[in-house]
Design a protein around this ligand. Structure first.
Ligand code: C2E
Ligand code: CA
Ligand code: CA
Ligand code: CA
Length: 278
């Protein structure tokens, strides 16, 4: 378990309740909040560079607690991944994301949604059927869903992952390789993995205007995506200069603070429905 993370996050408890270990408290709190549906979803927009339209949102989990305030996903997701909480957390995340997107579809302003899937869930037998089941329950077309998977997710059991993915792909679900370029087997994955989009990691995108080699790498990644018939998506676009460079490279889709920050899904959906009814 992510003991260091947990100790850091649960420090106030350690002071007030010295008999209970911080890890136990954090674990219990997260589990209760997942079960009680007290986590939230934020939506961040992604824009198509040719049409200029918002084509989809990425769904990002948010957790705030009375004791620790807002806990960053970078802290609680790895913690959940090292415990068994990642399974209910992912189930929660899929359902919460689809619930919001379903409202948009019902309100005649449909939007695609990208959902992050953890490695642990991805190699489980039956994950494809679970996702297809959730899409059916919420009445969201399979073609409106994009699953974001990191490269490392697939290493443990490539066979199970690829089989599940093929099943999802056959039903129209799209799959993105997330944080591309940061894993250890980027090109090996590309050989076997039926993905439809390549998300170039923020660490490359944010450095590309200040470092020539990084810029060439981003250019090469966009080209690799296109040669394999995939969409190239750049994350972490924070300024106009980066955006213009990506246009020139023929990148397809962009995401980042310069395009739009993550906003609570409720507010996002309400605003879009209101704008559509004008
Ligand atoms: P990610 O999948 O790479 O998501 C993008 C992260 O970059 C988000 O951080 C987003 O807020 C941030 N971001 C977007 N644009 C910019 C930008 O222009 N500049 C900078 N500096 N950051 C930007 P967030 O929401 O803190 O999430 C962190 C990570 O936690 C995600 O990285 C993802 O791996 C994981 N995560 C978040 N929600 C979920 C979830 O529901 N399930 C799973 N399994 N993982 C999740
Ligand atoms: Ca992602
Ligand atoms: Ca990413
Ligand atoms: Ca990332």
């Amino acid at each position: 378990m992510a003991h260091d993370d947990a100790v850091r996050l649960a420090e106030p408890f350690a002071i007030y309740e010295p008999d209970v270990t911080p890890v136990d408290i954090l674990y219990g709190e997260l589990r209760e909040d997942i079960e009680g549906n007290r986590l939230h979803v934020a939506f961040q927009p992604l824009r198509d560079l040719r049409s200029g339209e918002m084509v989809r949102v990425e769904s990002l989990a948010r957790w705030s607690t009375p004791m620790h305030g807002d806990v960053a996903p970078a802290d609680f997701i790895p913690f959940a991944e090292r415990s068994d909480l990642i399974v209910p957390l992912t189930r929660w995340s899929i359902n919460a994301s689809l619930r919001h997107v379903a409202s948009l579809h019902r309100g005649h302003c449909p939007l695609d949604v990208a959902i992050n899937l953890s490695p642990r869930v991805f190699v489980e037998h039956g994950f494809a059927e679970q996702i297809l089941g959730a899409l059916e329950i919420w009445g969201v077309p399979a073609s409106s869903a994009i699953l974001e998977v990191t490269e490392t997710a697939l290493l443990t059991d490539l066979d199970v992952s690829v089989r599940g993915l093929r099943r999802l792909r056959d039903c129209g679900v799209r799959v993105a390789i997330d944080d591309f370029g940061t894993g250890y087997a980027s090109f090996a994955y590309l050989r076997h993995f039926p993905a439809t989009e390549l998300k170039i990691d923020r660490s490359f995108v944010s450095a590309m205007t200040s470092d020539r080699r990084t810029e060439q790498l981003v250019r090469a990644m966009v080209e690799v995506a296109h040669r394999l018939g995939m969409e190239a998506v750049a994350e972490g676009v924070e300024n106009e200069e980066t955006l213009l460079r990506l246009v020139e490279m023929d990148c397809d889709v962009v995401q980042g603070y310069h395009i739009g920050r993550p906003v609570p899904a409720e507010a996002f959906v309400a605003e879009r429905l209101a704008a559509a009814s004008l």
